[in-house]
Design a protein around this ligand. Sequence first.
Ligand code: FES
Ligand SMILES: [Fe+2]
Length: 372
Amino acid sequence: MTETAASIDARTAPVAAYQIIEKMTKEEVAAWRVADLPGRPSAEERNLDIGFPCGWFPLMLSSELAIGEVKPLRYFGQDLAIWRGEDGEVRMIEAYCAHLGAHLGHGGKVHGNLLECPFHAWRYDGNEGVVKEIPYSKVIPPQVKRKCKDTWPMAEKNRIIWTWYHSQGEAPQYEVADLPETTDPEWSDFDECTWTIYGSIQNMAENGVDFPHFTYIHGVASPPEAELEWGEWERKGIVRAKMGTPKGVVDGKITSISNGPGQNWVRFEGICETLLIACITPVDYDRLEVRYFYTQPKSQIEGPMAGLARAIIKDVNKQLDQDKVVWDRMKFQPNPIICMGDGPIPKFREFYARYYAGEDGAPGRTKATAAQ
Ligand code: FES
Ligand SMILES: [Fe+2]
């Protein structure tokens, strides 16, 4: 089929949509990746109102929050304010001041390790979730002297700031995994690519075990044969392939690991070493912030492998562009009809259900697990 014939073939909408994206300039694609998607159906209509899965989630790079800096954030359907105290520690609380409701992330100031409201200077302690000081008043009202704000467990690892989200407020059940490449001076600074995805993090994760879509969305000749491992909180998928290189055939290996729903990384070995940290954090039920951070050995980026190193990053970003066309508009099917040749989607959903905490703290949510 000629290129023109393919691009007007309305039978394969997502692929046809990608053919349009492919023709855009670099700047146009970057804008498309984070553009608004107005007029989409509500999260409820798309069955995306199933709660947020619990776990560690990335918020921003450590370098994006200096000592004494305050930033507004929105994640997990909440407005939040994050700050770094003079002691270097990062803290985060819900954004609206208990006094008259100012947004602490817009104009708030760091005072020692406390966050000061821009409106009347009430000062919040991010570890205890209380108001510690009111400079103009002799008395702190009892309602805010005791815990009035949820506190968020925070961690800094792999040059990234992480928070623990749990819908029932439970303490962290495991730790953020260490990725040694991120602090190795022989490995490059992060190469970043950013998207807004109008879908759920569960649907994105399911993509890895959805084998036939690799043919229809990503255009690979035969779906990859992945060895899957299912741990307590961790999932692993390993794809091995012989790859032709200028130096001959090498054993290539791609390992994708999820440590809970929010810490995801991929290691490419053999042809060109690459670590991708896929930072995906829910903003709302139907909106995700996605930042891919890549690091590669400096010797590869600067040497004769430079072209190949770039090509790997470009190809992974392209795959996400292709999936985005579907994810942005898909509806979650709680009772999907599965046919022979599909990947282990029921097994994936059964596993993923452990990340949701029900009303009583028990794992499992109705819509997310109805398929089982
Ligand atoms: S609204 Fe925050 S101190 Fe008054
Ligand atoms: Fe995909």
